[in-house]
Design a protein around this ligand. Structure first.
Ligand code: PBG
Ligand code: ZN
Length: 326
């Protein structure tokens, strides 16, 4: 008769022991909830490919921000749908821009909720690219100036943290300098350090109305085949003063989350992007998966891969499930 000395199943037999030896925990403290702020009044328009997620005007966004905060979600990240778009994306850095107004409204009504802003041009440019177009492509250095203005205007409006997602080279340094020179050296910067050119952003572009009107984003976002380049991108941002490094998308790039976490001593964030959310919602709607279970398993995978923070459209659901003892 053969007896295994180590029986892996012994410790799995009772829930109490499974709970005791679990290596990874999910906490509501780690969640960042993305929200879409639309110009106007009385707007609450569900995004067809993202059930439960809305484009909404400021009074409605404030209400949902309050709800998220009460559920235990500590932070939101804001995206804007401005009244007007133009070639230079001027609403992005206008004092009365959509995001600036939204920051002020949320900070007034829900002061303890951390407001993070996405810093990019694509929601504000009429061509939908993440910067200024010159000779048919996004011009890196001219874009830096606008990003620096945008981040500063968010800080002036009361943002607690800024998060550049444009993928221009040198933008962390440019934004850091503009914040530091204007009395905002205490505002942390979360860099979308490793951002791949991904098909998983499809539903977001419906939500943010930011689809490029020509071409695609492959001349500035990363090629999905690259792993070493991820480390180079992250290192550049560390050297320029990033406080938090983000990897995006999440599930298809968990290996990169782990590498970035191991390589740098910085808090690491992962963005569980729109397409990942839509796939879960679609399968759940078909009755093909147990949605709650799949959501929590997904969150667990991010933590296991080394993520400290999770940007997810599931934030409110996760907070609710945690309260139920999940
Ligand atoms: C803007 C931006 C995008 C996302 C976050 N910031 C879209 C893009 O780069 O096309 C994607 C988020 C998501 O898919 O949930 N630069
Ligand atoms: Zn962009």
């Amino acid at each position: 008769m053969f007896y295994p000395v180590y029986r892996a199943r012994r410790i799995r037999g009772k829930e109490v022991f499974r709970n005791m030896v679990r290596e990874t925990a999910i906490s509501a403290n780690d969640l960042i909830y993305p929200m879409f702020s639309a110009f106007g009044k009385g707007i609450k328009k569900e995004i067809s490919s993202m059930p439960g997620i809305y484009q909404q005007s400021i009074e409605n966004i404030v209400e949902e921000a309050q709800e998220a905060y009460e559920l235990g979600v500590p932070a939101v990240i804001l995206f804007g749908i401005p009244e007007q778009k133009d070639a230079m994306g001027s609403d992005a850095y206008s004092e009365s821009g959509i995001i600036q107004e939204t920051i002020r409204a949320i900070k007034k009504e829900v002061p303890k909720l951390a407001v993070i802003t996405d810093v990019c041009m694509c929601e504000y440019t009429d061509h939908g690219h993440c910067g200024v177009i010159k000779n048919g492509d996004v011009d890196n250095d001219e874009t830096l100036e606008l990003l620096a203005r945008e981040a500063l205007s968010h800080a002036k409006a009361g943002a607690d943290m800024v998060a550049p997602s444009d993928m221009m080279d040198g933008r962390v340094a440019a934004i850091r300098e503009s914040l530091d020179n204007n009395g905002f050296n205490h505002i942390p910067l979360m860099s979308y350090a490793v951002k791949y050119a991904s098909g998983y952003y499809g539903p977001f572009r419906e939500a943010a109305e930011s689809t490029p009107q020509f071409g695609d984003r492959r001349s500035y976002q990363m090629d999905p085949g690259n792993r070493l380049e991820a480390i180079r991108e992250a290192r550049m941002d560390v050297e320029e003063g990033a406080d938090i490094l983000m990897v995006k998308p999440g599930l298809p790039y968990l290996d990169i989350v782990r590498e970035v976490r191991n390589e740098f001593n910085l808090p690491t964030a992962v963005y569980n992007v729109s397409g990942e959310y839509s796939m879960v919602k679609a399968a759940a709607k078909m009755g093909w998966i147990d949605e709650d279970r799949v959501i929590m398993e997904t969150m667990m995978s991010f933590k296991r891969a080394g993520a400290d923070l999770i940007l997810t459209y599931h934030s409110k659901e996760v907070a609710k499930l945690l309260r139920k003892g999940y």
